[in-house]
Design a protein around this ligand. Structure first.
Ligand code: ATP
Length: 441
């Protein structure tokens, strides 16, 4: 086994992501927009694979249905949920340089971390993290709406719609993937904390009293999902919330954390949210949101909720960090960066690399590419030395490279190179589809 290093600095990953087309800074030609990122061709493939795995694992089961609620919601939703009053951070400004800080992240008796001026901070003010905008042509307070800061409320307000139309019995869940927006004070660390991001959330409605049991179940299920994404177990841990950390609506909560190069950070929150949200919406909307439990003498109650809430971008960042390997560092001939993505997540599954353009090799390569592209996301690349082409595919984490050479025209076989072992094997053309099925499906 060759020597290797895992990812040590986020800067190395940012540079690879930009160089290879995973992520670009938003509006880069205008100098960029703070903490906003655009997914490039490989980034969007990876992201779709993460989302599809989540969607499949959460909704391809009898007890969970999906929705896709709108980003803009009735403004009362955010009063009911507590976001208008409570979704705030305490902010202080340096009176000298006007830099803004979260009060809980600095020592306000010490000099300003930016300009070093002493004793210069304003009193703390509560700053709401929701983005607001206007709906319709008239700009007054009645037209104010918010960009949702979480996807969960789109699920709560649809609880009865889903329950009745899909004839669901408790326990059951509703899942959703979608954008959320937070005017974060201290965004940064690449896509770890951004102001626009995607969440993959599921609210599981249960009979009051059974929440502990389902919290345990979902804790295990969600942990396993991250493991199945290929993340190393030693990089994952649970962080249970102590009484002081618990949100006002929760009776228990824990985070699944990953050890990023910047340290341990939350990837997913699993929250026992009680009946808080549905009760609030019942009160604010004046609509009855009780569940009628036909299995128990038509008992009526508001269900309790276990929520699993994972950041799509943040779990994708963990996947990127975990996959990164620098092999044979310092050994010029053999050094390579390889993204060891789980095959299910790899943005490109197969690269077809004819040895050269001439002699019918390009045509043969194109035929293979066209056949395999019906099933798999493939790349075709005929330019440059084969060594360089292999290195590029290693850096974007392509599990298999298929090379057609002059022997191929004689023996109707191609060379298949394995990303991880770099071993090459000869596979005959009529066995290629089976090979891919066995190794990629
Ligand atoms: P944090 O403590 O990091 O601000 P949070 O506890 O506010 O996160 P939740 O409200 O529980 O986060 O959101 C669920 C998930 O959404 C988080 O675990 C994270 O993966 C993701 N998330 C939250 N805020 C952001 C953000 N600004 N950028 C990217 N992902 C985010």
């Amino acid at each position: 086994m060759s020597e290797f290093k895992n990812l040590e600095s986020m800067a190395d990953l940012v540079s690879l992501c930009k160089r290879r087309g995973f992520l670009f800074q938003s509006s880069e030609i205008y100098g960029g927009l703070g903490s906003c990122w655009d997914y490039g061709p490989l980034g969007i493939e990876l992201k779709n694979n993460v989302k599809n795995r989540w969607w499949k694992s959460m909704t391809f089961r009898e007890d969970v249905e999906g929705v896709d609620a709108s980003i803009l919601m009735h403004p009362e939703v955010w009063k009911a949920s507590g976001h208008v009053d409570n979704f705030t951070d305490p902010l202080v400004d340096c009176k000298a340089c006007k830099s803004r800080f979260r009060e809980d992240q600095i020592d306000t008796k010490a000099p300003c971390p930016n300009c070093k001026a002493e004793g210069q901070f304003t009193d703390a003010r509560e700053f709401n993290l929701m983005f607001s905008t206007q709906m319709g042509p008239v700009e007054d307070s009645s037209s104010k709406v918010y960009l949702r800061p979480e996807t969960a409320q789109g699920i709560f307000v649809n609880f009865l719609n889903v329950q009745t139309t899909m004839r669901k019995k408790l326990p059951f869940g509703i899942a959703q993937i979608g954008k959320a927006f937070r005017n974060e004070i201290t965004p940064g660390n690449f896509i770890f904390r951004t102001r626009e991001f995607e969440q993959m959330e599921m609210q599981y409605f249960v009979k009051p009293g059974s929440q502990k049991e389902f919290m345990e179940q979902w804790k295990e299920t969600r942990y396993q999902w991250h493991i199945d994404n290929g993340l190393r177990a030693e990089k994952l841990r649970f962080h249970p919330h102590g009484p002081k950390e618990l949100a006002h609506y929760a009776d228990a909560a824990l985070d699944i954390e990953y050890e990023f190069p910047i340290g341990w950070g939350e990837m997913e929150g699993i929250h026992s949210r009680t009946d808080f949200d549905l009760k609030q919406h019942e009160e604010f909307s004046k609509k009855n949101l009780h569940y009628v439990d036909q299995a128990n003498n038509n008992e009526k109650y508001i269900p309790y909720v276990i929520e699993t809430s994972v950041g799509c971008d943040r779990s994708l960042l963990a996947v990127l960090c975990d996959a990164y390997r620098l092999e044979n560092p310092g050994d010029k001939e053999n050094e390579r960066v390889v993204m060891k993505f789980h095959k299910k997540l790899a943005p490109i599954k197969i690269a077809v690399l004819p040895l050269m353009k001439k002699g019918g090799l390009e045509e043969l390569g194109r035929k293979i590419y066209n056949d395999l592209s019906k099933e798999y996301k493939c790349e075709f690349d005929v330019a440059g030395s084969i060594g360089k082409r292999y290195r590029r595919q290693d850096e974007i984490g392509t599990p298999y490279c298929i090379t057609a050479d002059f022997d191929s025209l004689e023996d109707n076989a191609v060379t298949v190179r394995d990303r991880d072992s770099m071993e090459q094997s000869r596979v005959s053309l009529d066995k290629l589809t089976d090979f891919c099925k066995e190794n990629l499906s």
